[in-house]
Design a protein around this ligand. Structure first.
Ligand SMILES: [Zn+2]
Length: 243
């Protein structure tokens, strides 16, 4: 696991244990609160992060799940007595998909993975007095939320942006594009995504173009083999096996 300071308040911890997918967990430390964004594959992965922030013992800890996927929530057990926040759909999806996700990816569990569901959920947005804002940002999945630190301008988008190409799981492409346009409107200082630590502005534009092309069912072929594979997976997910 590597770590990198993204700004005065934020550290990204990046794990390389899932082949081909670097995955980051973020800690944002404010005056009275300390936010943990996503919990990766298990409580064992969270231990060094908890250790790195002794202030978690004294400050209010707010854990955020960006969406229901296993590689973002399995470490919730490390924070079972803390406040865990997600979109209201996320909580339901964690419950509904728990066994399937465990069965399909059990080898990636790190430590005692238990179903710890969010203790608080919201529908549109949630805001704190220290400038932290959570908002519903459907795209990659229906329950995806984004974290915006209005003080530093850091936008954490979960799996809504990713290089070389996004994984589209929800079928509502219109909503996905609307979310990305909202990201543009915010004009963030920096964008970071769970599987791509540094998102450049052009990646946001490229992703919008890709989704627009998918929307109008334009036939798309990528020269890059990996991108083409992801694209095919996306076509399957949205119920379209064209070409
Ligand atoms: Zn995901």
């Amino acid at each position: 696991m590597k770590w990198e300071k993204l700004n005065k308040d934020t550290v990204a911890f990046t794990f390389d244990t899932l082949e081909g997918f670097d995955t980051s967990v973020y800690v944002i430390e404010k005056k009275d609160r300390i936010y943990v964004i996503d919990t990766f594959c298990g409580p064992e992965a969270m231990l060094p992060i908890i250790e790195a922030f002794p202030s978690m013992k004294t400050k209010e800890v707010v854990v955020i799940n960006t969406h229901f996927h296993w590689d973002h929530i399995w470490g919730n057990n490390a924070f079972k007595d803390k406040e865990i926040i997600s979109h209201h759909l996320c909580k339901q999806l964690i419950i509904d998909q728990w066994h399937r996700q465990i069965n399909e990816n059990s080898k990636y569990q790190m430590g005692d993975v238990q179903m710890i569901v969010p203790s608080h959920t919201f529908v549109d947005k949630l805001e704190w007095d220290d400038g932290m804002l959570l908002f519903h940002s459907p795209g990659h999945t229906r329950d995806s939320i984004s974290v915006y630190d209005q003080e530093t301008g850091l936008l954490i988008v979960g799996d809504n942006l990713e290089m070389p190409l996004i994984y589209v799981e929800a079928q509502d492409l219109e909503a996905y594009v609307a979310t990305l346009i909202k990201y543009k409107t915010l004009n963030p200082e920096k964008i970071t995504a769970s599987h791509t630590l540094h998102i450049e502005k052009y990646m946001l534009e490229e992703t919008i173009l890709y989704l627009e092309a998918l929307k109008v069912e334009k036939s798309i072929t990528f020269k890059d083999e990996n991108k083409q594979l992801i694209h095919k997976t996306n076509l399957k997910k949205i119920g379209r096996l064209d070409n």
